[in-house]
Design a protein around this ligand. Structure first.
Ligand SMILES: Nc1nc2c(ncn2[C@@H]2O[C@H](COP(=O)(O)OP(=O)(O)O)[C@@H](O)[C@H]2O)c(=O)[nH]1
Ligand SMILES: [Mg+2]
Length: 306
């Protein structure tokens, strides 16, 4: 007897195959079970889903919820610099060209798909810091492996790339679907190949996107800036009394970090024995600041300890 599986079932099954964490697998299997036509022809499949569900349930009970699968962790790319950014897009959307333009590192640029088979890592130099960029194989409308999504999920920012000239909305929708499916956060949208648009045209997209032409080296500085902004970090400099701050060696903190976070980050002693701190920035000229002062990008602090 034919199983007569619906497209919805097949989608859930696809999600199951691509799932990384046990929680995702469990959710997909549940959906499969709900969607599978209940008749004699699918009895074996139903039993199989049930078996997998109970096995997973057992495994999840013995493991903390937040733990990611071994497969996912195995392929995480060690973070370097002030933040990690992963490229996501279809084949030929210009990811590798953008990677090359932003980092100067060598990645294969070619006009046929599958030209970037493995992740490639490079550094964007943004003012006085470096941001790590990962070029990825095409992951939209392609077969993907769970570890690829693991890398993007582990990144601080996903740079979602589509071409401005060829059915951008379709590409955006396809990318958005994956973003939801794989629970990717913090997305920076980038429209490439703007040199192919009629002169002066600035199309509007369903998402707020930066414009660039990696090939013509257009919009790269703005994009580096946008990448920095998307990382949600601040650069804080420290100085010793009577000396100048080293402006080439900032401490990187999450946006929203307070003075005490900065102190802890530098040395436990600073935090535990803090008497007071002085602050310099565009407005402040050595004023004393409170422990819960929210650090701003570019702040210079001087810690005084007991
Ligand atoms: N016209 C134009 N072509 C580009 C631009 N960026 C990339 N390309 C071309 O698009 C094709 C695919 O680029 P690639 O960077 O390999 O895309 P990937 O598959 O997303 O990594 C290549 O032939 C590139 O030369 C651009 O800004 N303008
Ligand atoms: Mg590529």
């Amino acid at each position: 007897m034919p199983a007569n599986l619906t497209p919805q079932y097949r989608e859930a099954e696809q999600r199951y195959r691509e799932a990384i964490t046990n929680e995702e697998k469990f959710a997909a299997l549940k959906e499969m079970f709900a969607l599978i036509p209940k008749h004699k022809g699918t009895e074996k499949m139903q039993a199989d889903i049930k078996k997998k569900l109970s096995r997973l349930e057992k495994e999840m009970r013995n493991k903390p919820k937040t733990a990611t699968s071994r497969r996912e962790r195995m392929y995480n790319i060690p973070k370097q610099g002030a933040g990690q950014i992963g490229l996501l897009g279809a084949a030929n959307s210009g990811k590798s060209s953008l990677f090359f333009a932003l980092t100067g590192a060598d990645s294969v640029i070619a006009s046929w798909p599958y030209s970037t088979p493995h992740p490639v890592v490079g550094m964007i130099i943004y003012e006085n810091i470096q941001l790590q960029l990962i070029d990825m194989p095409p992951m939209i409308s392609e077969h993907t492996e769970p570890w690829q999504w693991g890398i993007l999920r582990n990144a601080d920012v996903v740079m979602a790339v589509f071409t401005a000239d060829k059915e951008p909305e379709k590409q955006i929708n396809a990318i958005n679907k994956k973003i939801r499916q794989y629970h990717l956060g913090n997305v920076l949208w980038v429209a490439t190949k703007i040199d192919r648009l009629p002169d002066g045209s600035m199309p509007r997209f369903p998402v707020e996107a930066r414009f660039t032409s990696p090939q013509q080296l257009v919009g790269l500085e703005e994009l580096s800036r946008a990448a920095f902004d998307a990382l949600n970090i601040v650069r804080v400099y420290t100085k010793q009394p009577g000396k100048e701050a080293d402006m080439n060696d900032p401490v990187i903190l999450k946006k929203g970090s307070v003075l005490m976070d900065a102190a802890y980050h530098l040395h436990k002693d600073f935090a535990e024995n803090l008497k007071y701190a002085r602050l310099w920035n565009r407005e402040a000229d050595g004023i004393r600041v409170a422990r819960d002062y929210v650090m701003q990008d570019g702040d210079i602090v001087e810690f005084h300890i007991r």
